[in-house]
Design a protein around this ligand. Structure first.
Ligand code: HEM
Length: 408
């Protein structure tokens, strides 16, 4: 028997849920509560995903800020099959550690600072209004495919500098991408994501070459120029950064907007409150991030034996940090399972914590605030068109397949 659990025999049990079971996908929160009540760090002997499951807030923060827990590429290192995807991921900020991470993060972070992001406001407002113009008279839409998805895709495309005439095609490519960072994906979904990555690599290579010859005021040109103490992004790092921004910044934003509107529709009194007090929007978005966290889980691997909560996590063991569970830990949040758009303070970790804290958090916040507020201002009598909702089987993410709504 391994000696990773000191005195906590219960924690040796088989994990009492499957990450892919229909009950868990539909509503993971009772499972999180159960797990946390047994132990905030729990050894799950799941055949498919053995590892430590972290549901406690304090424990999640402790692990995320400890750089001995590393963020590694979620691909079998021996597999030759996804070679180019692995090579690309090698150059991604998300999968770098320690000094290598610091170097890359320094080269890109200035371009995501709140003052830079604020300059995107007019562009974001225009995009929201254009999309709403298209559906306003229809009196119904699927919030995911008619609004949130094209919105998030258009914004990241505009910011990166994808030309107008190529943005529709770009949106189509983004559909399968999220699979490439879902570490529990199936072979088929990985293959789909892999094919799209190949197309996107070629596309961005060409765009980068064009911007080298003719720089514009877009993120690709700015990233190319960015220099810190004589150091610059290499061509491959620039390419990997562009693709990471599309992967990390797209689906998550779609889900934040969709989950926020769902939370309001299921709490009509808070919808009324937000309509009457639009200044609450910033607090409300923080609460949507906490209550239905778009990224429910991230993972780390212990680079050495590490003591935590009296247990030893052994070198090489996998740790699953359930952000969606930490954000509902009653030890940290009063009435943790209750939505409260006035909650203050709200130290959720929906954007992660520590060195990998979301680079695009200011952008995501601004996008969500503008999108939700404009939606509430322009579409009246918002209702769910059906109570039957389906969540996507996308492990680690809280993503509705569709959200049909009606309005006047
Ligand atoms: C990292 C969530 C939007 C770019 C992360 C992490 C989380 C997260 C949890 C940390 C992952 C880890 O520690 O393993 C979210 C959520 C978003 C969002 C919930 C929207 C609601 C965006 C946007 C962008 C972006 C809009 C950029 C356009 C990134 C990047 C990283 C990251 C580049 C890696 C940072 C690093 O490794 O240093 N995000 N994200 N994200 N996010 Fe976001």
């Amino acid at each position: 028997m391994k000696n990773y659990v000191d005195g906590n025999l219960e924690a040796m049990a088989t994990i009492p849920f499957s990450l892919t079971s229909p009950e868990f996908i539909e509503n993971p929160y009772p499972f999180y509560d159960k797990l946390r009540s047994i132990s905030p760090i729990y050894w799950g002997n799941s055949v498919k995903y053995p590892g430590w499951y972290v549901t406690g807030y304090k424990e999640a923060v402790a692990i995320l800020k400890d750089t001995r827990f590393e963020n590694r590429i979620p691909l079998p290192q021996t597999s030759k099959k996804y070679e180019h995807l692995k090579n690309l991921q090698n150059d991604m900020l998300l999968f770098k550690n320690k000094v290598d991470h610091k170097r890359l993060r320094t080269l890109v972070s200035k371009l995501f600072a709140p003052n830079v992001v604020e300059s995107y406001r007019p562009n974001i407002e225009e995009t929201v209004n254009e999309l709403l113009n298209e559906v306003q008279n229809e009196k119904r839409m699927d919030l995911v495919s008619d609004f949130a998805f094209p919105f998030a895709s258009l914004i990241i495309a505009k910011i990166l500098g994808v030309p107008v005439e190529e943005r529709h095609q770009f949106k189509e490519w983004t559909v399968d991408l999220i699979q490439t960072i879902d570490f529990t994906r199936t072979r088929r979904s990985l293959a789909d994501g892999n094919d799209t990555i190949r197309i996107l690599i070629d596309y961005f290579r060409e765009l980068i070459e064009k911007r080298k010859l003719n720089p514009q005021n877009d993120l690709i040109s700015l990233l190319m120029k960015e220099e810190q103490q004589g150091d610059k992004l290499s061509n491959e790092e620039l390419l990997a950064t562009c693709i990471l921004l599309v992967i990390a910044g797209h689906e998550t934003t779609v889900n934040l907007i969709t989950n926020s509107i769902l939370s309001l529709l299921t709490h009509p009194e808070q919808l009324v409150e937000l309509k009457e007090s639009p200044l609450l929007i910033e607090k409300a978005v923080e609460e949507f991030l906490r209550y239905e966290s778009p990224t429910q889980m991230t993972a780390r691997i212990a680079s050495e034996d590490i003591e935590i909560n009296g247990m030893t996590i052994k070198k090489g063991e996998q740790v699953y940090i359930l952000l969606g569970a930490a954000n509902r830990d009653p030890k940290k949040f009063n009435n943790a399972n209750v939505l409260d758009i006035t909650r203050n303070p709200n130290p959720h970790i929906a954007f992660g914590y520590g060195i990998h804290f979301c680079l695009g958090s200011s952008l995501a916040r601004l996008e969500a605030q503008i999108a939700i507020q404009t939606l509430l201002q322009r579409l009246h009598n918002l209702q769910m068109a059906t109570p039957d909702l389906q969540w996507r089987k996308l492990t680690g993410f809280r993503a509705l397949k569709e959200l049909p709504i009606t309005f006047n």
